[in-house]
Write a protein that binds this ligand. Structure first.
Ligand code: NDP
Length: 257
C-alpha cells in the first residue's frame, strides 16, 4: 500500500455506514475534522476529549448535518484512571457491543527545548498523554474491537517520530513510541486478520498545535484539517481491509511536522 492510494482515495458517500469509530481529541483540530468527515460518510462517532464544550459543538454540528447521532466521552487522558476507562468500555459495550475503529489522535506537544534543559515533569506528561493513555485505551478497547468483523486502529504519528530532530524532546520520543507500539500490536493481531493497525502522519496542518510549535510561520500557507481527511477515511473504512503494520503520510513531507 502506498501513500498516493490513501491520498487519492475518494470515499463513497456511505463508505463508513454502520461503523462505530472512537476518535480521541475529537473536539478540535484534526480530530474534529476527521470526526465530521467520518459522520458525513455514515459512521457513528464516539467523540472523546477533555473539553466538554468542544465535544458538544462537534456533536451538534454532526446532528445538524443529519449524520448518525454521535456519542460523547468526556475524558482527560492526562488524569484518567482505570475506573474511567472501564466505565467508557462498559457504556460502549452496552450501546454498541463492538467498536469498528479507534483513532488515536489526541496528543500534546510539551515544549521544544534541548534535552539538557528539558523539564522532566513535562516529559512525563507528554509521554503519558501521547503514549500511556493510547496504550491504556487500546488495552481496554481490544475486546470491543475484536467483536467487529473488520476493525481498524490508527495511531497518529509525526515525521519526528521516524527521524529524531533537535529540540523535539518528549514529543519526538512519544511518536517513536507510538510507531513501536503500533508495530507490536499489528504483529500480535496479524493472525486472525480482524483488527488492523496502522500509523498515519497528518503532516504540517493548520491547527493550534502547529501554531504552538511554529509561532512565527504564516498559517495561511498550511492546509486546513478538512483537506487531509482522505487517508483517514481510507484506513478507518473497509477499503483498507487487510492493510496492517504500515506507517503512512497524508502529505508530501515538506516542513518539519
Ligand atoms: P490540536 O492541539 O489542535 O488538537 C489536539 C486535540 O487533542 C484536542 O482536541 C485536545 O483537546 C485533545 N487533547 C489534548 N490533551 C488531551 C487530554 N489530556 N485528554 C483528552 N484530549 C486531549 O492538535 P492537532 O489537531 O494538530 O493534532 C492532532 C494529532 O496530529 C496529534 O497526534 C499530533 O501529534 C498530530 N500531528 C499534527 C501535526 C500538525 O501539523 N498539526 C503534524 C504531525 C502530527 P482540547 O482541545 O480539549 O484540549
Amino acid at each position: 500500500m502506498d501513500n498516493q492510494t490513501l491520498r487519492n482515495y475518494e470515499a463513497p458517500d456511505a463508505a463508513l455506514a454502520g461503523r462505530v469509530i472512537l476518535v480521541t481529541g475529537a473536539g478540535d483540530g484534526i480530530g474534529k475534522a476527521i470526526s465530521l468527515a467520518l459522520a458525513r460518510h455514515g459512521a457513528t462517532v464516539v467523540l472523546l476529549g477533555k473539553t466538554l464544550r468542544k465535544l458538544e459543538k462537534v456533536h451538534d454540528e454532526i446532528v445538524a448535518e443529519g449524520g448518525p447521532v454521535p456519542a460523547m466521552a468526556h475524558l482527560n487522558l492526562e488524569t484518567a484512571l482505570a475506573p474511567e476507562y472501564d466505565a467508557l468500555v462498559s457504556s460502549l459495550q452496552a450501546e454498541y457491543g463492538r467498536l469498528d475503529g479507534l483513532l488515536h489522535n489526541a496528543a500534546i506537544l510539551g515544549t521544544l527545548a534541548p534535552v539538557e534543559l528539558y523539564d522532566v515533569p513535562t516529559f512525563g506528561r507528554v509521554m503519558h498523554v501521547n503514549v500511556t493513555a493510547a496504550f491504556a485505551l487500546t488495552h481496554v478497547c481490544l475486546p470491543l474491537l475484536k467483536a467487529s468483523e473488520d476493525a481498524s486502529i490508527v495511531f497518529t504519528t509525526s515525521s519526528v517520530g521516524r527521524k529524531g530532530r533537535a529540540y523535539w524532546g518528549a514529543y519526538a520520543a512519544s511518536k517513536f513510541a507510538v510507531e513501536g507500539l503500533a508495530q507490536v500490536l499489528a504483529d500480535e493481531l496479524s493472525t486472525d486478520g480482524k483488527v488492523r493497525v496502522n500509523c498515519l502522519n497528518p503532516g504540517a496542518t493548520r491547527t493550534a498545535m502547529r501554531s504552538q510549535a511554529f509561532p512565527g510561520e504564516n498559517r495561511e500557507r498550511l492546509p486546513l484539517p478538512e483537506t487531509i481527511v482522505a487517508p483517514y477515511l481510507f484506513l478507518l473504512g473497509p477499503a483498507a481491509r487487510g492493510v496492517t503494520g504500515g506507517s503512512f503520510d497524508c502529505q508530501e513531507p515538506a516542513k518539519p511536522a
